[in-house]
Design a protein around this ligand. Structure first.
Ligand code: ZN
Length: 724
C-alpha cells in the first residue's frame, strides 16, 4: 500500500478583540480560563504544537509539532491574538510551515478569508478586500504568497472563485456536496453528480468565465464525518486504520475543524500524534502530505461545475447566514432564527452609509480611497510602515487631516469585521458572537459620525427591532443594543484609567491598539494621561484625577475610588480586578499586607462587617495570595481569607494561576534551583491554585539534560533516563 493522506485542520475562533482596545477581554462563560481563546488554545492549539507520543509505560517518548504534518489554516484574527498571547505556539506554527516547505516544496499553511465573512454575500468590493487583506497578512506571517485559501464555511460562488484566481490563488477545499457536474478535462461530457458518488481521489479544475482556472479539492465526506461525529479521534489506531483504508493506493483529503483535536474531543491531538508517529515509522507506506504536494502528484484529470451559493454547514446553501433555515448550533433545537434577516439588513444598512460616506468624503483626505483601502491591509499586516503609507495615499500631511484619513480607513475595517460569519451561525441573537458583531458595528458607527457622516443609529435600531431573541428577557435587537452594546463604548477617560492601573499595578505599558502615556502634574495639578490610538493616529488628553498615594493607586479601595471603579463598564472592571493581582513596590506592599491584616482582624470581630470586608479585600486578595506563593510573609489568617476570595472568582483565580505558570517557566529557563521552584509549586497547591504541569513537563523534556530529581518527580516523569 502507498496511499497519500492530507489531514486539513481549519482553525478558527470568532473574533473576540474589543474594537477599542484590540484586546480580548474576559468572558465569564470560558471560566476557569480568562476567555474562550485562552481556553481553546490550552485544549487544542498548544497541545498540537507539543503533542506527546508515549512509550509502553505511559512516559513521554517524543514531543512532536503536529502542524508540521497537517495542512492548516488559522486566519488573521486568531493568529494576531496568538502572536501576542501564545508566542511559543505561534512560533511552532510558523516553523511548521517553513519546515514543511523545505521538506516538500510546499508549505502546510493555507490562507483564510480575512474576517471569515461569507464571500458570496459580500459586495464585490468587500470580497476583494477580504481576499487581499488575507494575502497581505499571510505574507507578513509566513513570508511567502499563499497557494490556497480557505473560504469561510466553504461558501462559494463563481465570482468568488474568479476573485481568488485573479489574486493568484491556486486551490481551495470544498465539500463533495458542492459539486454539481463533472466532465473529463479535454472534452465537454458533463454528468451531474451527487455527493456519495463523487470521486474525491483527485482534485478538479474549474474553468471560469474569464478564462482563468482554479483547482478544487473535495474532502472525503466519510472521513470528515467519522472525525466530527463518530468519535474516531478517541482511538489513534482506529484513526490510522481508517485513513489507510480510505486512501488505498491513491489520495484522500480529510477536512476537519482544527478544534476537533483536543477541544471537541479531549486528547484528540494524541490520536493525531499517533497517526503521525505511525507514518514516521513508514507503516504500510502511507504518507501524510499537504495540499500543495497532492496537487503536484495528483493533477486534475476532470473539471467540475460547482453548486452556486453553497457551503459545508448549511443544507440550504447560504440561508444560514440570512434567515431561519433550521440549521443552528447552540443546543436549543426548538428556537427560531428569524433574527438573522434583520441583523443582516441592519449591518448592510450601516455598511451602505459607510460606503457612501467613504466614496463621497474620503477623497478630501485620501487620494484614490478604494485603492488605498485595499493597500491598508499591508499596514494592518505590518508589511508597510504607517508613515510610508500616509505619504503615498494621504492628500495632506497635516495632523488633523491624517487623523481624519485614518478614521475613514478604520471605519471601513470595523464595518467589515461586523460581517464575520459566526454572528449568524448559532441559535440566538443574544450570544457572544452576534454581540461581538454589533460591537464592531458600534465602533464603525462611531467613526462614521466622528468623520462627519450621517447619523444612522436610529435607522439601524429600527431594523434591529425586528430581530427578536429567543430569550424573552433579552427582548429584541434594540433592547440588546441599549443594554449590552452601547455600554461597551469605551471613553478616553476610562481608557486612561485602565491604562494607568495597567501600568502601575500590572507593569503593562500598553494595549495592542492603544497607548496610554502618563504625565505627572505639578504639585497643585492633577496628572494627565495621553490616549493614543496607534491605528487611527487619534490622540486625546485626559485629566487623570484618579491618582493618589499608596493603596489608593489600585483604584479599588477608598469610597471615592470605588465609585469610579463601579462606573467602569463591567468588562473593564473585571480586567482591572485581574491586574490588581500584581506587584506594587515592595515597601508599599508591606503596607498593603498590614492593612489587609488589620481588615481581617477587625472583620473577624464584627460579623456583620463581613460583606464590607470582602468588598474591601477584593482588590487586594490576588496580590496577597501571589505574594505568599512567592514566599513573602503574609499572615496565615490573611492568606486564608484572600485565598477564598480568589477561588470564588474563577477569572481572578485563572490570572493568578497564569502568573504562577509564567514564574515557573521563567525560573526553569533561567536555571533556577529546583527547591526554589518546588516551594512555589507547593505553596500554589496550598492556595488551591496548582499550576498546569503540561507546559512545565514539556520544558523539562526539551531541556533533556536530566535536571533535578524533585521537580521531575513532581512533573510526573519518573527519572531523567525515562525522559528520552
Ligand atoms: Zn440551513
Amino acid at each position: 500500500m502507498s496511499g497519500s493522506v492530507c489531514i486539513h485542520g481549519h482553525f478558527y475562533q470568532p473574533p473576540r478583540q474589543d474594537p477599542w482596545l484590540e484586546e480580548v477581554l474576559p468572558e465569564a462563560s470560558a471560566a476557569p480560563f480568562l476567555n474562550w481563546n485562552e481556553r481553546i488554545a490550552r485544549e487544542c492549539y498548544y497541545p498540537l504544537a507539543f503533542a506527546r507520543i508515549l512509550d509502553g509505560e505511559g512516559r513521554i517518548r517524543e514531543i512532536i509539532n503536529c502542524y508540521e504534518w497537517i495542512n492548516f489554516n488559522f486566519g488573521p484574527t486568531l493568529l494576531s491574538w496568538m502572536e501576542q498571547h501564545l508566542p511559543r505556539t505561534y512560533a511552532r506554527i510558523l516553523e511548521a510551515d517553513r519546515i514543511s516547505r523545505e521538506r516538500t516544496g510546499h508549505g502546510n499553511a493555507m490562507a483564510q478569508v480575512y474576517h471569515h465573512t461569507i464571500l458570496p454575500l459580500d459586495s464585490p468590493r468587500e470580497r476583494i478586500l477580504e481576499i487581499r487583506w488575507s494575502i497581505h497578512d499571510f505574507k507578513a506571517r509566513f513570508g511567502r504568497r499563499p497557494e490556497g485559501m480557505w473560504l469561510a464555511e466553504t461558501a462559494v460562488d463563481v465570482p468568488t472563485l474568479e476573485d481568488l484566481a485573479a489574486e493568484g490563488i491556486k486551490y481551495t477545499i470544498l465539500s463533495p456536496a458542492q459539486a454539481k457536474a463533472v466532465s473529463p478535462l479535454e472534452k465537454d461530457r458533463w454528468e451531474s453528480v451527487s455527493s456519495p458518488d463523487l470521486d474525491v481521489g483527485r482534485p478538479y479544475k474549474v474553468f471560469l468565465p474569464s478564462g482563468k482556472t482554479i483547482c478544487v479539492f473535495f474532502f472525503h465526506a466519510g472521513l470528515a464525518t467519522s472525525v466530527a461525529f463518530d468519535g474516531l479521534l478517541g482511538d489513534g489506531e482506529a484513526f490510522w486504520q481508517k485513513l489507510a483504508r480510505e486512501a488505498g493506493e491513491g489520495m484522500a483529503l480529510v477536512a476537519t475543524d482544527g478544534e476537533s483535536y483536543g477541544h471537541h474531543f479531549k486528547f484528540g491531538e494524541m490520536a493525531l500524534a499517533y497517526v503521525i508517529d505511525q507514518v514516521g515509522k513508514n507503516r504500510q507506506g502511507l504518507t501524510l502530505k499537504n495540499a500543495g504536494q497532492l496537487l503536484d502528484e495528483f493533477p486534475p484529470k476532470r473539471k467540475v461545475e460547482i453548486r452556486e451559493n453553497s457551503s459545508w454547514s448549511c443544507a440550504h446553501g447560504l440561508k444560514r447566514w440570512q434567515e431561519h433555515c433550521g440549521c443552528a448550533d447552540g443546543g436549543h433545537p426548538e428556537w427560531k432564527q428569524h433574527w438573522r434577516k434583520p441583523l443582516r439588513r441592519a449591518l448592510n444598512y450601516l455598511k451602505y452609509y459607510a460606503d457612501e460616506h467613504f466614496s463621497r468624503k474620503a477623497p478630501e483626505v485620501i487620494s484614490q480611497p478604494q485603492n488605498a483601502l485595499a493597500e491598508y491591509g499591508r499596514v494592518l499586516a505590518g508589511l508597510q510602515p504607517r508613515d510610508e503609507f500616509a505619504s503615498s495615499w494621504f492628500v495632506s500631511p497635516g495632523e488633523k487631516e491624517s487623523v481624519r484619513a485614518w478614521s475613514f480607513l478604520e471605519m471601513q475595517r470595523h464595518c467589515l469585521a461586523a460581517f464575520a460569519s459566526c454572528a449568524w451561525f448559532f441559535d440566538d441573537l443574544y450570544r457572544l458572537e452576534p454581540m461581538n458583531a454589533l460591537t464592531c458595528a458600534l465602533r464603525g458607527m462611531q467613526l462614521l459620525e466622528e468623520t462627519g457622516g450621517s447619523f444612522v443609529r436610529e435607522g439601524f435600531l429600527q431594523l434591529m427591532e425586528d430581530a427578536e431573541s429567543n430569550r424573552s428577557e433579552a427582548g429584541n435587537g434594540r433592547s440588546i443594543w441599549a443594554a449590552e452594546i452601547e455600554p461597551r463604548r469605551i471613553s478616553s477617560r476610562q481608557l486612561a484609567f485602565t491604562g494607568f492601573v495597567a501600568e502601575r499595578v500590572h507593569g503593562r505599558k500598553e494595549f495592542p491598539g492603544v497607548r496610554i502615556r502618563m504625565h505627572a502634574g505639578k504639585d497643585t495639578e492633577c496628572p494627565r494621561a495621553e490616549v493614543i490610538w496607534e491605528r487611527t493616529g487619534v490622540r486625546e488628553w485626559v485629566i487623570a484625577e484618579f491618582t493618589g498615594g499608596g493603596l489608593d493607586e489600585c483604584g479599588l479601595l477608598g469610597d471615592a475610588r470605588e465609585v469610579r471603579f463601579n462606573h467602569l463598564p463591567p468588562r473593564l472592571r473585571s480586567l482591572v480586578a485581574c491586574w490588581s493581582a500584581s506587584n506594587l513596590a515592595r515597601k508599599q506592599w508591606a503596607d498593603v499586607v498590614q492593612a489587609a491584616a488589620e481588615l481581617v482582624r477587625t472583620g473577624l470581630y464584627t460579623e456583620p462587617g463581613q460583606k464590607e470586608l470582602v468588598r474591601a479585600m477584593r482588590g487586594l486578595a490576588p496580590g496577597l495570595v501571589w505574594s505568599r506563593i512567592q514566599g513573602e510573609p503574609v499572615p496565615d489568617r490573611v492568606f486564608d481569607f484572600a485565598r477564598r476570595i480568589v477561588l470564588a472568582n474563577p477569572l481572578v483565580a485563572e490570572t493568578v494561576r497564569e502568573k504562577i505558570q509564567e514564574r515557573l517557566l521563567q525560573g526553569l529557563s533561567a536555571g533556577e534551583k529546583d527547591d526554589v521552584l518546588m516551594r512555589i509549586i507547593t505553596r500554589s497547591e496550598e492556595a488551591g491554585l496548582a499550576p498546569d504541569m503540561f507546559e512545565i513537563r514539556n520544558l523539562i523534556w526539551e531541556d533533556g539534560d536530566g535536571r533535578g530529581g524533585e521537580l521531575l518527580l513532581k512533573a510526573g516523569i519518573a527519572s531523567s533516563a525515562g525522559v528520552r
